[in-house]
Design a protein around this ligand. Structure first.
Ligand code: AKG
Length: 235
């Protein structure tokens, strides 16, 4: 099952990200995107949020999130035992605001805060429509987060005084490509300056030692997507 070589494992360790990799062809993802568009127009059973955790009520999103191309790579990095915690669609319509530089672990009720994300391009993800950007190696330093300015999404953002923008990697992706990054890798996306929508699906995966301290809803349980949950400390 070894799918990453030693250089890729070393890159993830030192740079905090990997990819892009291919999950499926552009044609396949274009077809999937049509179904996702319909799905995002329907309420989930708990009527909470159309963009969060749709793997819980829709087989297609479960399948995408647990594709072996993603899970086997995560298992190479974090070991065989993996639990799917959350999925989030990031829908950037034309004109959508910037998502500011941030480290994900600041926003999440996880102890210890160890998590790997896959970000899957559902639509083409380009400089013009606000593709993801990351700063390699930024995961080795915790950045203070401060209140955001009104022109960006999110209430809090990484303090600009602590962020070195010298080494940005711009991750343009075709539909069906994905990247991996960890809880401290600084990432951002610019406003959508194009006329078209940009959707990405973020898949959040933890290991069994990580406790989720706060639940969205009682229906929201973790799913073992590889190996076993030998600790059973989560719902
Ligand atoms: O899709 C985006 O523009 C931002 C994604 C993001 O912040 C995340 O996946 O944590």
């Amino acid at each position: 099952m070894k799918i990453l070589d030693i250089n890729e494992i070393e890159q993830f360790r030192s740079q905090g990200y990997l990819g892009p990799y291919s999950l499926c062809s552009v044609d396949e993802m274009n077809h999937t995107a049509e179904q996702i568009e319909q799905l995002l127009n329907t309420d989930p059973p708990d009527h909470k949020n159309r963009v969060h955790n749709r793997h819980l009520d829709h087989q297609l999103i479960h399948q995408l999130s647990t594709d072996p191309q993603i899970v086997n790579r995560m298992a190479c990095l974090y070991g065989h035992d993996l639990l799917l915690w959350r999925t989030n669609f990031f829908v950037k319509e034309s004109g959508a605001k910037e998502i500011p530089w941030h480290q994900d672990f600041n926003y999440w009720p996880l102890e210890p805060p160890i998590i790997v994300s896959a970000w899957i391009a559902i639509d083409p993800s380009t400089v013009e429509n606000g593709c993801l950007q990351i700063i390699p190696g930024s995961h080795r330093r915790v950045i203070p987060h401060v209140e955001s300015t009104p022109e960006v999404q999110f209430n809090r953002m990484g303090d600009p005084d602590y962020i070195d923008l010298g080494d940005i990697v711009t991750l343009e992706m075709e539909p069906g490509e994905f990247i991996l990054f960890n809880e401290r890798t600084l990432h951002q996306s610019d406003p959508n300056h194009s006329n078209t929508r940009r959707i990405g699906l973020a898949v959040r995966v933890i290991i069994p030692i990580v406790k989720v301290l706060d639940w969205d809803s009682p229906e929201h349980t973790l799913i073992t997507i590889s190996g076993k949950d030998r600790l059973g400390i989560n719902n």
